[in-house]
Design a protein around this ligand. Structure first.
Ligand code: SF4
Ligand code: SF4
Length: 286
C-alpha cells in the first residue's frame, strides 16, 4: 500500500519560509472536521525553519532545516493519548483528533521532537496533520511542497519498499534516529546542518601577478590517511563538507604542478575557514 512521506533537501532550502506561511494560511481561522481545529494566530509554527550559521567571513554558510511532525510509524504520542485521541492512519499520517484530544495537555511532552503545540484558546494539542484533508480530496502534494520554490520539500507517495529504496539511493536520513520512532519525514544532505566544514582559498603568483589558483589538488588527511580529496574552484576556493564537530586534527595538503607543495594543520572544532593560502613558486634544481 502506498503511504505518504516528506523528503526535505537541506541543501536546497534557503529559508524563505513559504512552507511555514502556506501552513499558517491553511490552518489559521479554518476548521477541518476530523483533521484539525483552527491553528492559533501567534506562537505556533507547525512547519518551522531552524537556522544555523557556519564558517567565518568570507566563507560563511547559513543553513536552514525545516522541521515539523514526523508522522512517526512508532509514535510515542499515539501511545500517550487517551481515548485514541491520536491515531496512525493506514496511509502513514498521524492525526490528533481535535475533539478527543481536548484538554490532553500532557501530549505536548509526549513528542520527543517538540512537534506538538498547545493551543490555549482551544485547550488542544496540535501538530501539522500532513494536509491530510487535502490529500484525501485528491491533492498529490502538501501545501508546503506546492509552494516551495526550490523543490526542497517533496511529498512522496510510495509503498514502504519503494521508500526504503529511495532512502538508500538518495542517502536520506531522519532526525534523531536514536528516538526509534521511525519518522516518515526524511532529509537529504542533513550533514549540512549538523556537521562542519573546512575551507580555504588558494592564491599564487602567475604571469607576474597574484591570482586565485584554480584546479589545485587538495587532500584532507587525518592520522596519516587521506579521508577526502577535492580541487580548488575558479576562485581558488576549496571546501570539505560533512566533518564531525570537534573532529580532531586534520592536515590539508595542496599540490599543483605550478607551485611547491604546501600543507596546513588544523584542529577542527567548529566549521573553519583557513583564509588565503599563498603558494610558493616551484623551484627547479639545475
Ligand atoms: S513527531 Fe511527535 S507528534 Fe509527530 S508522530 Fe512523531 S511523536 Fe507524534
Ligand atoms: S518553502 Fe522550501 S525553500 Fe522555503 S523554507 Fe520551505 S522548504 Fe525551505
Amino acid at each position: 500500500m502506498k503511504k505518504w512521506n516528506l523528503v526535505i533537501d537541506v541543501a536546497k532550502c534557503f529559508g524563505c519560509e513559504a512552507c511555514t506561511v502556506a501552513c499558517h494560511d491553511e490552518y489559521y481561522g479554518n476548521e477541518f472536521s476530523g483533521y484539525a481545529a483552527p491553528m492559533a494566530k501567534h506562537g505556533q509554527r507547525w512547519i518551522d525553519i531552524m537556522q544555523r550559521e557556519r564558517g567565518q567571513y568570507p566563507m560563511v554558510e547559513v543553513v536552514y532545516l525545516p522541521v515539523t511532525c514526523n508522522h512517526c510509524d512508532d509514535a510515542p504520542c499515539v501511545k500517550a493519548a487517551k481515548d485514541g485521541a491520536i491515531a496512525k492512519r493506514p496511509d502513514g499520517i498521524v492525526i490528533i483528533d481535535p475533539v478527543k484530544a481536548k484538554g490532553q495537555r500532557h501530549l505536548v511532552d509526549a513528542c520527543p521532537y517538540g512537534a506538538i503545540h498547545w493551543n490555549e484558546e482551544q485547550q488542544l494539542p496540535q501538530a501539522w496533520p500532513f494536509d491530510a484533508h487535502l490529500l484525501d480530496q485528491g491533492w498529490t502534494r502538501t501545501r508546503g511542497s506546492q509552494v516551495c520554490p526550490t523543490q526542497a520539500m517533496r511529498t512522496v507517495h510510495a509503498d514502504d519498499e519503494e521508500m526504503q529504496r529511495m532512502v538508500g539511493d538518495e542517502k536520506l536520513e531522519v532526525l534523531h534516529p536514536e528516538y526509534q520512532t521511525r519518522p516518515r519525514v526524511y532529509y537529504k544532505n542533513l550533514d549540512r546542518f549538523f556537521k562542519v566544514f573546512i575551507g580555504g582559498s588558494l592564491a599564487g603568483e602567475l604571469n607576474g601577478v597574484t591570482e586565485c589558483v584554480a584546479d589545485a589538488r587538495v587532500t584532507l588527511q587525518q592520522g596519516g590517511r587521506t579521508v577526502a580529496e577535492t580541487r580548488s574552484d575558479a576562485y581558488g576556493d576549496f571546501k570539505f563538507q560533512g566533518l564531525e564537530q570537534n573532529g580532531g586534527i586534520y592536515r590539508i595538503e595542496i599540490t599543483d604542478a605550478r607551485f611547491a607543495s604546501s600543507s596546513v594543520e588544523v584542529e577542527l572544532k567548529e566549521s573553519a575557514y583557513l583564509g588565503t593560502i599563498f603558494l610558493e613558486k616551484r623551484s627547479f634544481a639545475r
